[in-house]
Design a protein around this ligand. Structure first.
Ligand code: ASP
Length: 323
């Protein structure tokens, strides 16, 4: 048997060791997304460039034997810092004018996740989610409790206004003048971000980070930080990150469902992704997209929105980004 023994503490402070078997050396793989929406023509180049930057950041952490969790964090932080995406800096504002971010990261080997919701003072919510995954006996923390936990574990807090861009403030002002309407959002339909990576040792992780939907009620939590809906990773099948209309994604528990679609021997990553999006449309009555890696690191993605921003590293050499 290969691989380390992990020490895990559960909510009763009971400490036990859990053997994790990883396959012999694998080819690392990385796929990311920057949201599935009606991305306007004039945002296409910025979305592609952002995806490529995230791929490069993730890949430098992953190549030469790096850890998949570091790669995921590096890729997502680039996307969170880029205001063309709806996560971290540049997130959509709530109806009462604040940024409230949600994020999750999940480990395929153990089915453990770290999730945070309703963060107003964390520049990179993925760091808070990772702190919960690695250091917390619980799997999800919200609002002030999550911020306090993150801060106690080395994640810096910021002024809430540091997360607000002028484009989002202007869009929010337009929305607040009359009813919240689609035309107010032209030019700022940026989306959630996500990443899935497997490293040389077969460690597979998936993550999602979002500012949620524009003009959401304060306290609204969508699919993104929910295990099974916005993200899922299982060493028996693969890892998924979802994006799109959260209330519909939750109805069909889309990320977990997509990984289950990887189970049949006849399945392929693309077919599994397409089947999950079909279900989102038919039963969830919604639109969105997803990226996935199967347990061997083969990428797949699908969406039923006009566009989705995505990128992956092909055969370990070629950086592919598309919108
Ligand atoms: N799924 C996210 C949410 O509903 C939004 C998105 O993916 O863009 O919060």
């Amino acid at each position: 048997m290969r691989g380390p023994f992990f020490l895990i503490t559960d909510h009763l402070n009971f400490v036990y060791s859990h053997p994790i078997c990883y396959p012999a050396t694998m080819r690392p793989s990385l796929i990311i997304h920057g949201g599935a929406w009606d991305i306007p023509d004039d945002a296409v180049d910025a979305c592609k460039a952002g995806c490529l930057r995230a791929l490069h950041a993730g890949w430098s952490a992953l190549k030469s034997g790096g850890h998949a969790l570091d790669a995921i964090q590096a890729a997502i932080m680039v996307l969170e810092d880029d205001p063309v995406f709806d996560a971290g800096y540049g997130s959509h504002l709530t109806l009462d004018g604040h940024v409230e971010c949600d994020a999750i990261v999940m480990e395929a080997a153990t089915l453990r996740a770290g999730a945070v919701a309703g963060l107003r003072r964390v520049k990179n919510p993925i760091r808070a989610a990772r702190a919960v995954l690695e250091k917390c006996p619980h799997m999800m923390l919200i609002s002030e409790g999550a911020e306090r936990f993150a801060s106690q574990h080395g994640v810096p807090l910021c002024d809430p206004e540091e997360l607000v861009t002028s484009a989002e403030r202007e869009a929010w002002l337009r929305c607040s003048k009359d009813s919240h309407a689609a035309e107010h959002h032209r030019g700022h339909e940026q989306g959630t971000v996500g990443a899935v990576a497997v490293d040389e040792q077969g460690r597979l992780f998936a993550a999602t980070s979002t500012g949620g939907t524009c003009c959401k009620l304060s306290g609204r939590v969508g699919d993104s930080p929910l295990i099974g809906s916005g993200c899922y990773a299982d060493a028996e099948t693969g890892g998924v990150s979802s994006t799109g209309y959260g209330e519909a994604i939750m109805r069909v528990v889309m990320a977990k469902t997509a990984t289950d679609f990887l189970r049949p021997a006849s399945s392929t990553p693309t077919r599994a992704a397409q089947a999950a999006i079909q279900l989102l449309a038919n039963r969830g009555k919604g639109t969105g997209g997803l990226i996935l890696l199967d347990k061997d690191g083969n990428p797949g993605f699908a969406f039923n929105t006009p566009r989705m921003a995505y990128g992956y590293v092909k055969d370990g050499t070629q950086f592919v980004a598309g919108v």
